[in-house]
Design a binder for this molecule. Structure first.
Ligand code: DO4
Ligand code: MG
Length: 275
């Protein structure tokens, strides 16, 4: 079941039908003891909406914080070592890749997040910007993973590479994060064969495209959540991006007008344009 947010409110999709979640908010839905069962009961007893305009979707987030894990794929480790070598990056990225404690960083709150079909941004003071296509976990206040969506962890690689202490500036700015198109509500982990794909179009032509599977992720999503929930609380739950395994070649940087399409099997496609 996928939950979507529109200007008319929240809807749950089951099969080919959409059911409105009357007076619902994600802040209250996430408190549910069994969100999957609750949504299934609405889909079983509610009246299906005539249709849902999926082009008018909004970012599926309210009071949740967005956090991100880093260097969870070998490709990310290699790319960070390369981009930071002139600045003496040393072996930090190699060490965090194999350490027990993961890299976790704060990414966004709702007002910084772009929804489906809207604009993401690149920083005006960055010269090297990339999207990072990532599986995003939807986690309830009790630290249980109750769903999944697609996340784009937009990043300024030159700022990050100049000094690891610049990471928050490379990662956190207005519309540096995109989420959507909806949240797949599912208790079981996503299959390791699940594919994450990204295509970047420039003037309508494919400039870059690549795909990986979740089997390449080094960390267990539940272990990432366990670390994130140590000594901090999330009254409305949170989203946790699980890191990128796709990094475009070092010659590539995003430009205004580029279209970014990120697809994850079972969830859908998140499309954004660069402002
Ligand atoms: O360490 C820098 C950020 C890593 C990251 O965002 C990723 O691996 O996806
Ligand atoms: Mg990332």
């Amino acid at each position: 079941m996928i939950v979507y947010r529109t200007s008319r409110g929240w809807f749950v999709e089951r099969g080919e039908s959409y059911f409105m979640l009357k007076e619902a908010s994600l802040n209250t839905l996430i408190q549910s003891e069994d969100l999957h069962a609750y949504l299934a009961s609405i889909a079983a007893t509610g009246d299906a909406a005539d249709s849902l305009d999926l082009s008018g979707l909004e970012a599926p987030i309210e009071g949740q914080e967005v956090w991100a894990a880093g260097v969870t794929y070998y490709r990310s480790r290699s790319a960070r070592i390369e981009e930071s070598k002139d600045a003496g990056g040393g072996d930090f990225y190699d060490r965090v890749y194999s350490a027990e404690r993961p890299e976790l960083f704060f990414k966004a709150v709702a007002h910084k997040v772009a929804g489906p079909n809207s604009e993401v941004r690149i920083r005006g003071d960055a010269k090297w910007s990339v999207p990072e296509p990532e599986l995003a976990l939807f986690v309830n206040p009790r630290g249980q993973i109750v769903g999944f969506t697609i996340g784009n962890d937009m990043s300024s690689r030159d700022i990050e590479g100049a000094n690891p202490l610049y990471l928050p500036q490379a990662k956190v700015y207005d519309r540096s994060c995109a989420l959507g198109p909806g949240i797949l509500i599912r208790k079981e982990p996503m299959p390791r064969t699940t594919e994450i794909g990204m295509e970047i179009l420039r003037s309508g032509r494919t400039e870059f495209s690549a795909a990986i599977t979740l089997a390449e992720m080094k960390r267990d999503p539940a272990a990432l959540v366990e670390y994130l929930y140590r000594y901090q609380s999330f009254p409305y739950g949170c989203f946790l991006l699980t890191g990128t395994g796709i990094v475009p070649p070092d010659t590539f940087t995003l430009r205004s007008g580029d279209e970014i399409r990120i697809s994850i099997g079972g969830i859908g496609t998140l499309t954004n344009h660069v402002a």
